[in-house]
Design a protein around this ligand. Sequence first.
Ligand SMILES: *[C@@H]1O[C@H](CO)[C@@H](O)[C@H](O)[C@H]1NC(C)=O
Ligand SMILES: *[C@@H]1O[C@H](CO)[C@@H](O)[C@H](O)[C@H]1NC(C)=O
Ligand SMILES: *[C@@H]1O[C@H](CO)[C@@H](O)[C@H](O)[C@H]1NC(C)=O
Ligand SMILES: *[C@@H]1O[C@H](CO)[C@@H](O)[C@H](O)[C@H]1NC(C)=O
Ligand SMILES: *[C@@H]1O[C@H](CO)[C@@H](O)[C@H](O)[C@H]1NC(C)=O
Ligand SMILES: *[C@@H]1O[C@H](CO)[C@@H](O)[C@H](O)[C@H]1NC(C)=O
Ligand SMILES: *[C@@H]1O[C@H](CO)[C@@H](O)[C@H](O)[C@H]1NC(C)=O
Ligand SMILES: *[C@@H]1O[C@H](CO)[C@@H](O)[C@H](O)[C@H]1NC(C)=O
Ligand SMILES: *[C@@H]1O[C@H](CO)[C@@H](O)[C@H](O)[C@H]1NC(C)=O
Ligand SMILES: *[C@@H]1O[C@H](CO)[C@@H](O)[C@H](O)[C@H]1NC(C)=O
Ligand SMILES: *[C@@H]1O[C@H](CO)[C@@H](O)[C@H](O)[C@H]1NC(C)=O
Ligand SMILES: *[C@@H]1O[C@H](CO)[C@@H](O)[C@H](O)[C@H]1NC(C)=O
Length: 411
Amino acid sequence: MLCFRFCPVPRLELVLLCLVLGAARSCALELNLTNSEKATCLYAKWQMNFTIHYETTNKTYKTATISDHDNVTYNGSICDDDHNVSKIAVQFGSGFSWIVNFTKQEPNYFIDSISFSYNTEDNITFPGAKDKGIVTVHYSEKVSIPLNDIFRCSSLLTYEENHVVQHYWDVLVQAFVQNGTVSRKEFLCTKDKGSTTVAPIIHTTVPSPTTTPTPKEKPQVGNYSVSNGNTTCLLATMGLQLNITQDKIASVININPNSTGFTGSCQPQTAQLRLNSSIIKYLDFVFAVKNENRFYLKEVNASIYLANGSVFSIANNNLSYWDAPLGSSYMCNKEQTLSVSGTFQINTFNLKVQPFNVTEGKYSTAQECSLDDDTILIPIIVGAGLSGLIIVIVIAYLIGRRKSYAGYQTL
Ligand SMILES: *[C@@H]1O[C@H](CO)[C@@H](O)[C@H](O)[C@H]1NC(C)=O
Ligand SMILES: *[C@@H]1O[C@H](CO)[C@@H](O)[C@H](O)[C@H]1NC(C)=O
Ligand SMILES: *[C@@H]1O[C@H](CO)[C@@H](O)[C@H](O)[C@H]1NC(C)=O
Ligand SMILES: *[C@@H]1O[C@H](CO)[C@@H](O)[C@H](O)[C@H]1NC(C)=O
Ligand SMILES: *[C@@H]1O[C@H](CO)[C@@H](O)[C@H](O)[C@H]1NC(C)=O
Ligand SMILES: *[C@@H]1O[C@H](CO)[C@@H](O)[C@H](O)[C@H]1NC(C)=O
Ligand SMILES: *[C@@H]1O[C@H](CO)[C@@H](O)[C@H](O)[C@H]1NC(C)=O
Ligand SMILES: *[C@@H]1O[C@H](CO)[C@@H](O)[C@H](O)[C@H]1NC(C)=O
Ligand SMILES: *[C@@H]1O[C@H](CO)[C@@H](O)[C@H](O)[C@H]1NC(C)=O
Ligand SMILES: *[C@@H]1O[C@H](CO)[C@@H](O)[C@H](O)[C@H]1NC(C)=O
Ligand SMILES: *[C@@H]1O[C@H](CO)[C@@H](O)[C@H](O)[C@H]1NC(C)=O
Ligand SMILES: *[C@@H]1O[C@H](CO)[C@@H](O)[C@H](O)[C@H]1NC(C)=O
């Protein structure tokens, strides 16, 4: 289910996009600010929620959670390139207000400070609150971003300040859009980045400045399933990382299972798993049966919202991955790369999948991928050990012979 709400405000192009994912409802906020020349000057899309602890009249503490943002307006949002300041101001619900300031200092811009206000006079959200009135919490954390990069943070960011816990995730923002074009070059937050030490080496050996290899953390492993009536007919457990290459720039996106919905269908000869989230319009895995006795991944269809607001779509129905006998599951713990097209790869981690013949909602015995199979290493190690031993024996023999020969000579 998808709901779009348009909030037209003079000179501002605003869209609030609400996505209903499975049971958990989460709303992505989106702001596309344009300047007087109607060129985009600030672009942002993000998700947030808040948990507020407040004191009640009878000296107990209560918790209010704010995760749906109703009646959103963006009054006061500005991008002022001349004065090096930009601001996103959001008003929602009954008296909530959220403001983030950005400053520019070439060659970077900064996420400066966040302030969040709520009104405890709203006795529906804050029943029995002791103090009535507007409360504002500030959070300042300077994040420095190269001027022409779009900031991305898919991971969950949590800030706790004065009884308010703020959660942000799936964040995309470019506060000083250059020449009206939202950048495709992503600047990842530290949580999205991997701690791989290889990165600087790659940077220095790759001469092209257009390619930015962005090593990332391994994605979290998600559990997905499809039901036919009330019986589970497809099971999949995997960590997914998407790799989209456009204009020589690879965007690597880890799928967060916590905010990813899944659906699908099962038929005797074909089964489908569809994932979707605020980033993924859809990602379909289609399985087929071959020779009446094996299954395999035949097709991948994907449509992904990119950082610059465009949509990347791809389909390939001529794949042959994850091949295993019917009645069993397919497993691959090592990282595996599915090459869907020259521009789209999916890296899988800790994969286990069974698209057919699932009984009692459980995986059947697994056939493991050859990558996991390290039995081939054993003969190599044994062989290497043996040849080492032979060399030692030969050397010992030669030395021994030499010694005895030398012995004879002295005689
Ligand atoms: C806020 O979002 C995070 C991440 O999706 C989730 O773990 C948390 O339960 C949410 N909290 C509320 C109050 O909805
Ligand atoms: C936002 O601006 C619109 C018109 O510009 C106005 O009708 C609305 O009341 C304002 N909302 C807030 C919360 O200030
Ligand atoms: C949102 O606006 C509608 C109509 O303007 C109003 O009925 C509703 O109470 C508002 N919701 C909140 C949470 O303020
Ligand atoms: C944002 O900047 C304005 C002035 O530029 C300042 O008045 C306001 O307090 C700032 N807000 C935050 C949340 O820092
Ligand atoms: C909320 O406040 C209004 C008036 O301020 C009052 O009529 C109403 O009974 C209050 N509701 C609750 C649940 O306290
Ligand atoms: C305190 O007030 C809350 C509602 O405001 C109520 O649910 C709770 O039972 C009260 N506790 C006591 C000890 O009176
Ligand atoms: C923006 O346009 C100016 C002049 O047209 C150019 O010098 C500059 O490189 C452009 N910046 C970006 C980021 O495209
Ligand atoms: C599952 O569905 C079948 C028929 O649709 C029904 O007879 C059965 O009671 C259901 N089982 C459960 C556990 O709901
Ligand atoms: C992403 O794809 C590009 C181009 O195929 C490749 O060079 C790069 O290593 C891939 N990155 C990851 C993390 O898979
Ligand atoms: C997903 O949720 C689990 C537990 O609910 C939590 O441990 C994990 O950090 C979350 N992952 C992300 C990326 O938010
Ligand atoms: C933002 O609005 C401008 C002007 O309407 C439009 O050209 C641009 O494509 C929009 N960008 C996004 C990311 O929605
Ligand atoms: C798998 O299920 C199909 C029908 O759903 C059945 O015909 C077939 O025998 C099953 N195969 C195995 C190996 O369990």
